[in-house]
Design a protein around this ligand. Structure first.
Ligand SMILES: NC(=O)c1ccc[n+]([C@@H]2O[C@H](COP(=O)([O-])OP(=O)(O)OC[C@H]3O[C@@H](n4cnc5c(N)ncnc54)[C@H](OP(=O)(O)O)[C@@H]3O)[C@@H](O)[C@H]2O)c1
Length: 261
């Protein structure tokens, strides 16, 4: 018996990195997984990986910057599986709508352009809100688990990434508010704050010489997280009945980096 048998989970940004690792782990734990991400080829590939391991999955290509596409993603999920139990709002866009980027660029606050600000919030805070609002009618009758994503950049005031910092901190606040309002429906809402070696982390380091070493020294466990080993089990815990009395919390999966010793 998997820990998520009989559950239906939607994971956004599941084409690569953290989202992919969570989708694979949910498949191994018995959930029917909706792999929702921007690039059709990666969506198909992750669906294939889950099915090859004996799991159940479908893919939905979605741009979380578009509200109707988020609503369609949830409607398709319920049409296919008849219910929704778990929503992981993992996707986050960078750059602008016209020119998406792989990680947040370095832009001084005084020069911060509105189009970058808007795209970061549209694909971050607002996508998380719209995902939760779309999921709510399908969870309020039987409960549910929602996992959102924050960032140590926001908490530690990383210089040059104002929009990303602000949207991630706003997601933490939104998470606590949702937990407070929806607890009476048995909907648990938590946020994961990761430090993982992924494509976006790599792009972030490459644009800032020396920062990889500086950040690594701040991590008591002396390594960046490995998505295949470190993130999936935590996301399963937050999606399973093992965490039924945990809501409104920020779980740092960061090797202790938040301590900044
Ligand atoms: N890695 C870390 O250490 C770290 C630290 C703090 C917070 N986080 C947060 O953790 C989450 C995952 O990060 P990651 O490092 O795994 O990122 P990643 O390696 O860049 O992967 C992001 C995934 O999201 C998809 N995506 C991006 N924009 C999208 C959009 N508009 N609509 C739908 N899908 C979209 C990407 O699709 P494509 O393949 O099409 O690009 C990709 O599959 C993000 O919320 C991030 O801010 C990560």
């Amino acid at each position: 018996m998997g820990k998520l048998n009989g559950k239906v989970a939607v994971v956004t940004g599941a084409g690569r990195g953290i989202g992919r690792a969570i989708a694979l782990e949910y498949g191994r734990e018995g959930a029917a997984v909706v792999v929702a991400s921007r690039t059709p080829s990666t969506v198909e590939s992750v669906v294939g990986d889950i099915q090859t391991s004996g799991g159940e999955a479908i893919g939905i290509t979605v741009d979380v910057g578009e509200r109707e596409q988020i609503e369609h993603m949830i409607a398709e999920t319920v049409a296919r599986y008849g219910r929704l139990d778990i929503l992981v709002n993992n996707a986050q866009g960078f750059g602008t709508k016209a020119e998406p980027a792989g990680s947040p660029g370095h832009i001084a606050l005084e020069d911060f352009p509105e189009d970058t600000w808007d795209h970061t919030f549209q694909t971050g805070l607002k996508a998380t809100l719209f995902g939760m609002q779309s999921a709510f009618p399908h969870m309020r009758g039987h409960g549910g688990k929602i996992i959102n994503f924050g960032s140590g950049n926001g908490i530690g005031a990383m210089k040059g990434t104002a929009a990303y910092n602000a949207t991630k901190e706003a997601i933490r606040s939104l998470t606590r508010t949702a937990a407070a309002e929806w607890g009476k429906y048995d909907i648990c809402v938590n946020v994961i704050i990761p430090t993982m070696a992924t494509d976006s982390a790599e792009a972030f380091f490459e644009a800032r010489p020396g920062i990889r070493e500086k950040l690594a020294q701040q991590i008591p466990l002396r390594r960046f997280g490995d998505v295949d080993r470190d993130i999936g089990p935590v996301a399963v815990f937050l999606a399973s009945s093992d965490s039924d009395f945990i809501t409104g919390q920020a779980i740092h999966v960061d090797g202790g980096q938040i301590l900044r010793p």
